[in-house]
Design a protein around this ligand. Structure first.
Ligand code: FDA
Length: 311
């Protein structure tokens, strides 16, 4: 993991409109392109192809049509329409039915009521078709509102519907206790965003320690726990905790990102654990890609090699 100054640097890049446009124009053109390691492609057809390959290796998936920080309601409407079309395409393809999405993609920054309405429209289409929809967790200014929207819709009876908590945030252990009591399905992550120390642990060791505590609580008291990490220490802890407490392998799942630690994904699946791969696709891939670079220096070297060619 990079130190927090480097992480902040990549997050600054992620918000650059000019770089985003440039990257969208050049980044995904070639099949060997540098972004392709982490993103399945720009179209839902490419995502479906990637999902089929994941299924052939004995794993499941959740598809994420990339997009976030939409401030214009026309764009939020377009994203909602694309999600509805993606639901139909995925159902027609006969592959597993899981989706991940972000509330700012549906217009949360522009108009909360419209964003909620957009989410309801997606759920109205996805639930009868047997999809599970997961609301990703964005950076800390959105934590409260994301949980509030999730819990309101949960109280309205939406059940094929889950949420994400980040161990980096001080508040998350309390949020986990509440969501476990509610019966909601939580995906546990460390947190991808650069956060201020008023709300989040700054040292990786503290984020990891919180992750370990939350992982044990989630396995013991959670509902369809999703342990989302590539960290072998956390994965070992989950396997050990499940073994010691007699928690069956089929009752929880590991989740990992497309293109990251494929060896570990395959090994866990071979050992009989449930593994779900998060498959991102779409034209708005730049901020997601920047977050993946910010997590690991080796990825930057990989991109540089991709651009200038290996010598
Ligand atoms: P950690 O960062 O300690 O990495 C452990 C090991 O994993 C590394 O040593 C390396 O081998 C490998 N690794 C990790 N990141 C890598 C990368 N980018 N490239 C190559 N190797 C890498 N975050 C969030 O804030 N909101 C969300 O909704 C989600 N959703 C989500 C879904 C799923 C399925 C996953 C797996 C992750 C997320 N995340 C997320 C991202 C998460 O918060 C976190 O940033 C990354 O998973 C990296 O952290 P690790 O837990 O893997 O540990």
């Amino acid at each position: 993991m990079l130190d927090s100054a480097s992480k902040a640097f990549f997050h600054l890049f992620a918000r650059s409109g000019t770089l985003k446009k440039l990257a969208s124009r050049y980044g995904m053109r070639q099949p060997s392109s540098f972004a392709r390691r982490f993103i399945a492609g720009e179209t839902v057809a490419e995502a479906i192809e990637a999902a089929r390959a994941v299924e052939a290796r004995g794993m499941t998936h959740t598809l994420d049509m990339l997009g976030e920080s939409v401030t214009n309601l026309d764009k939020a409407e377009a994203a909602t329409g694309e999600y509805l079309a993606a639901i139909d395409a995925i159902a027609a393809a006969g592959i597993g039915r899981g989706l991940s999405l972000k509330l700012t993609q549906l217009g949360l920054d522009a108009d909360k009521a419209i964003a909620v309405d957009n989410l309801r429209r997606i759920l109205a289409r996805s639930e009868p078709a047997g999809f599970f929809v997961r609301v990703d967790m964005e950076n800390s200014p959105y934590t409260d509102v994301t949980l509030e929207i999730f819990e309101t819709l949960w109280s309205h009876g939406h059940r094929r519907f889950g949420i994400v908590l980040q161990s980096a945030l001080y508040r998350s252990e309390q949020d986990l206790a509440r969501l476990n009591a509610l019966g909601a399905g939580v995906r546990l992550v460390k947190g991808a965003y650069k956060e201020p120390k008023a709300v989040a642990y700054q040292r990786k060791a503290d984020v990891d320690a919180a992750y370990a505590r939350m992982l044990v609580t989630l396995l013991a008291d959670g509902h369809e726990p999703a342990i989302a990490t590539h960290d072998p220490v956390m994965i070992d802890l989950a396997c050990r905790t499940a073994r010691e407490r007699g928690i069956a392998r089929e009752t929880f799942e590991f989740q990992m990102l497309y293109g990251i630690r494929r060896d570990l994904q395959m090994k866990l699946a071979k050992d009989g654990y449930r593994v779900r791969v998060y498959i991102p696709f779409g034209r708005e891939w730049f901020p997601y890609f920047m977050r993946r670079l910010g997590e690991r220096p080796a990825n930057v070297a990989f991109v540089v090699k991709g651009i200038f060619g290996e010598r």
